[in-house]
Design a binder for this molecule. Structure first.
Ligand SMILES: Nc1nc2c(ncn2[C@@H]2O[C@H](COP(=O)(O)OP(=O)(O)OP(=O)(O)O)[C@@H](O)[C@H]2O)c(=O)[nH]1
Ligand SMILES: [Mg+2]
Length: 374
């Protein structure tokens, strides 16, 4: 198989300009077969980084594309063309007819494995806040933290190692949510208004609402953004004893979903409070007392941790969203905070912590190198 590869570097979709990179021993030969510079200087004689304007055609020539070609390095050439999908597809097709293999953009922009992972995560960032934290990593926050750690390992200084490892361990939970949204589950008895609440929380009618208990059967998810972070809400079947097999399967899924989430909203019906005492809360739980519009506020004395809401008139929804944000992400981070964010980083981090605990500093150093370079 040829070791010459090509990839579209720009994101899919229409834009002003698209860039196709071709890299490997056949790069020059493949590009020259299709590119005709408009000036006298040929691509073969152009200095690296010199920009040449000209026309691109397939063989036999049919449509001519106006392109700008730059030989970035001896065997790495960038072809800039019109930003619509057709031009870059045509260029990739011509290259492939010369045994050039199409690949992922990240393969051709790689510096080291960590940088590749940062680029990949950045290209998939769901919000500006997430992108800003990943840009900090791209500017070197994580690389710097790892090189400081490596130096501490070199001189076998356990205190300094712990000091440097602590922030990485502290931010791993947040880091995981740079690529996967936070998971928040709404659980509670049937008919308390869980589906109505999820619709309010995300701002559109995602889940079916009905005045009969047992409406939601499967887990229904909807994504939104809170304090700049992607958050996925999961509406679940109302939990109750039932002989009905489909509802029972839904209840089972609801219980599973509630186990694996970051935060659980336990929803109760303010009208039926006499039937059930308020539960004691565990960590990562918020008690929501819905249908508050149906009761007289004078007759209710609620403990401060209970969130009264009405999914019908919107009472308490902003406060609930603020609580969720505070519980999940807390305050904004200082710029330049190093953050592990990939499952590979978490695995290696565990290995480093173990090696430092065993005072095996050279093993820990190898793991830092693996984190950086793969
Ligand atoms: N007055 C009032 N009615 C509400 C409120 N929230 C939901 N309801 C009504 O309560 C009924 C049940 O609402 P759902 O959102 O379907 O309840 P659910 O908890 O998802 O029910 P299941 O899916 O069966 O578990 C519907 O008639 C809603 O309109 C609220 O805050 N106030
Ligand atoms: Mg429901």
């Amino acid at each position: 198989m040829s070791s010459t590869r090509a990839a579209l570097l720009t994101p899919p979709g229409r834009s002003a300009v698209a860039t196709v990179r071709v890299q490997g021993p056949l790069a020059l030969q493949a590009v020259r077969a299709h590119f005709q510079p408009s000036g006298k200087l040929s691509l073969m004689h152009a200095d690296t980084r010199r920009v040449l304007f000209g026309l691109w055609s397939e063989s036999p020539p049919d449509v001519f594309e106006e392109v700008v070609v730059c030989r970035v390095e001896t065997d790495c050439i960038d072809v800039h063309c019109h930003g619509g999908a057709a031009a870059s597809a045509r260029i990739l097709r011509s290259l492939k007819s010369h045994a050039v293999v199409e690949t992922e953009w990240s393969e051709l922009t790689a510096v080291d494995q960590l940088t590749t992972e940062i680029h990949q995560a950045l290209s998939e960032a769901r919000t500006e806040t997430v992108a800003a934290i990943l840009l900090d990593q791209q500017r070197g926050a994580l690389h710097r933290a790892l090189s400081h750690l490596r130096r501490a390992l070199e001189i076998s200084d356990p205190d300094q190692c712990h000091q440097l490892l602590d922030p990485l361990l502290e931010y791993r939970k947040l880091g995981r949510r740079l690529t996967d949204p936070w998971q928040v589950a709404l659980v509670g008895a049937p008919n308390v208004g869980k589906s109505s609440l999820i619709n309010r929380l995300v701002g559109y009618q995602r889940a079916i609402v009905y005045d009969q208990p047992g409406t939601t059967r499967d887990v229904v998810t909807a994504e939104t953004v809170i304090r700049g972070w992607p958050v996925q809400f999961a509406d679940t079947a109302g939990i109750r004893e039932t002989d009905e097999p489909i509802e029972a399967a839904g209840v089972e899924r609801a219980v599973e979903q509630a186990k694996s989430c970051d935060l659980k909203l336990i929803v109760m019906d303010a009208e039926n409070l006499d039937e059930q005492p308020l539960p004691d809360l565990e960590n990562h739980q918020i008690l929501v007392l819905n249908k508050i519009d149906k009761v007289d506020p004078q007759q209710l004395t609620l403990p401060p941790h209970v969130m009264p809401t009405s999914a019908i008139d919107g009472t308490g929804i902003e406060r609930l969203i603020d609580q969720i944000g505070g519980r999940l992400v807390g305050d904004p981070l200082p710029a330049g905070t190093p953050m592990p964010f990939h499952h590979r980083h978490f695995q290696i981090l565990d290995g480093i912590v173990q090696a430092v605990a065993d005072e095996d500093f050279s093993k820990a150093m190898k793991q830092v190198d693996e984190w950086l370079f793969g």
